[in-house]
Design a protein around this ligand. Structure first.
Ligand code: PAF
Length: 278
């Protein structure tokens, strides 16, 4: 496995590859990332993983400086997994000049995560666009936990005619259901136990909606109340159409529950697809 920090060296190394599958990450790697790598390996012999904590997607009040930076451990995991190339640029490699040329996402980026993290998706889309240009993959793999991000990347690829295919992978969960996330390491041991409640309340909504309950707002309100009772601060829990992320209406079949809530200092997000039958 090669670890490359320089864009020109990466381009030179990748020139001999006819098919590249790409997994962009911010490091702090866990089993969830490794499942994206496994999916990428089914798509191409050459898998490139980027590790770059993108300051452009953090608000000044957020955890940019505390975000886990575990490059050595990350590279050991990726080496064991048989990854071909790790691209681990520093800040000045990606942003040699102030990045005032930005990718402006469509309006659905201003809802949900975008409402609570203004500018977040502008930062994500800008770095993903740059990484796609640098790596020039045929395929890129994203996780469904960050559902809105995954859908926005799809839309950017479609509207900007980017020549690659996006693959969405299922969320990897701990045995108690908690979605794996680099931020889970901020949880205290008591919070870690409590954190699994998020998945349980989403699963409860999923099962009653799939059984025919169309009281979407009521169900989500009840889930919010449950979490609040257990000391969570809920940003949102809602049922949405999978492709547009518009609020779900009775009669829609392919839905997704999207949620974000804070437990102590840790903000967790999760998503769960819901399939309603005719
Ligand atoms: O999901 C992430 O880890 C990040 O948002 C991404 C896609 C690597 C861009 O920085």
């Amino acid at each position: 496995m090669e670890i490359i920090t320089d864009t020109l060296k990466l381009r030179a190394r990748l020139q001999r590859e006819s098919r590249i599958a790409f997994v962009p990450t911010m490091g702090g790697l866990h089993e969830g990332h490794l499942s994206l790598v496994e999916r990428a390996q089914k798509e191409a012999d050459c898998v490139v993983v980027s590790i770059f904590v993108n300051r452009l997607q953090f608000a000044p009040t957020e955890d940019f400086s505390q975000y886990p930076r575990t490059l050595e451990d990350d590279c050991n995991l990726l080496k064991k997994k048989g990854v071909s190339v790790v691209f681990a640029p520093d800040d000045t490699e990606i942003y040699p000049v102030p990045q005032d040329f930005l990718i402006e996402p469509p309006s659905f980026a201003n809802t949900l995560e975008g409402e609570f993290r203004p500018g977040f998706f502008r930062g994500v889309m800008t770095v993903v666009f740059k990484l796609f240009n640098i790596v020039q993959p045929q395929v890129a793999v994203f996780g469904k936990k960050d559902y809105q991000q995954m859908q926005l990347v799809h839309e950017m690829v479609r509207q900007m005619n980017l020549p690659l295919k996006i693959i969405a992978c299922e969320t990897t969960r701990a045995p108690d259901g908690l979605a794996l996330s680099s931020r889970n390491r901020y949880l205290s041991s008591e919070e870690r136990v409590e954190a699994a409640r998020l998945y349980r309340v989403l699963s409860e909504i999923k099962s009653v909606v799939e059984a025919g309950n169309g009281e979407f707002q009521q169900l989500c309100k009840k889930a919010c109340e449950t979490l609040t009772y257990y000391q969570w601060e809920v940003d949102y829990i809602g049922l949405h159409q999978r492709d547009t992320l518009a609020p779900a209406e009775v009669g829609d079949l392919d839905l997704v529950i999207l949620a974000a809530a804070r437990l102590g200092v840790t903000r967790l997000i999760d998503s769960l697809e819901v399939s309603v039958k005719h």
